[in-house]
Write a new protein. Structure first.
Length: 195
């Protein structure tokens, strides 16, 4: 049974004026480097196979996609960042859209930063942590694809990320394939929306 049975696609936004009205509900944003498994994580957490489109081509999320949760709250799937094959002009637009959203969106209740556990923390992830820290936004680091690491590698990676993010974000191991950490991730998302 899905944790978010009423989750549904609302709209895609290319510009801030297209964002849903902020007056109702709270919003939680999923953000991460392209190819980190952001859409797969969103689908696993909501219990919906097709809520966010997954692709073998990184950088396919080029707009901010908003999903309604049926209780007035929303999830936002932000464009994947840092993928070199996207034209420079597009990358600039994404950066501006991301910064406007994260820095100004009043209904934003928290961030889930999706990171490939095999890559460790990147400069883009650190930028997201800096933005969330400036706004004192609750932030959770989702270390995806952890099923591709050995148990000891996964534990080392988690420890290193927790040390770097101490005081700014919580962190956990996650796999959309094996469902490792799924209950913990759902719990964090639900808690951030309700608090």
């Amino acid at each position: 049974m899905p944790q978010f049975p009423e989750s549904r696609f609302l709209l895609s936004a290319w510009q801030p004026r297209q964002f849903p009205p902020e007056e109702t509900g709270r919003e939680l944003a999923f953000v991460g480097r392209s190819n980190a498994g952001k859409s797969s994580a969103l689908n696993a957490i909501t219990g919906r196979k097709d809520l966010a489109r997954t692709s073998k081509t990184p950088g396919r999320t080029q707009l901010i996609n908003f999903f309604g949760l049926g209780n007035g709250h929303r999830l936002a799937d932000l464009p994947g960042y840092g993928y070199a094959k996207v034209p420079a002009e597009m990358q600039r637009h994404w950066r501006e859209l991301l910064s406007r959203y994260v820095e100004k969106r009043q209904s934003l209740a928290g961030l889930v930063v999706v990171m490939d556990s095999r890559r460790g923390m990147t400069d883009f992830d650190r930028q997201m942590l800096a933005w969330s820290s400036e706004r004192a936004l609750p932030t959770h680091l989702l270390l995806t694809k952890s099923d591709k690491l050995s148990r000891s590698e996964a534990a080392r990676t988690l420890k290193a990320v927790e040390a770097e993010a101490a005081g700014v974000a919580s962190a956990q191991l996650f796999s959309a394939v094996t469902k490792l950490g799924l209950d913990q991730a759902r719990g964090w998302v639900l808690g951030a929306l309700e608090n």
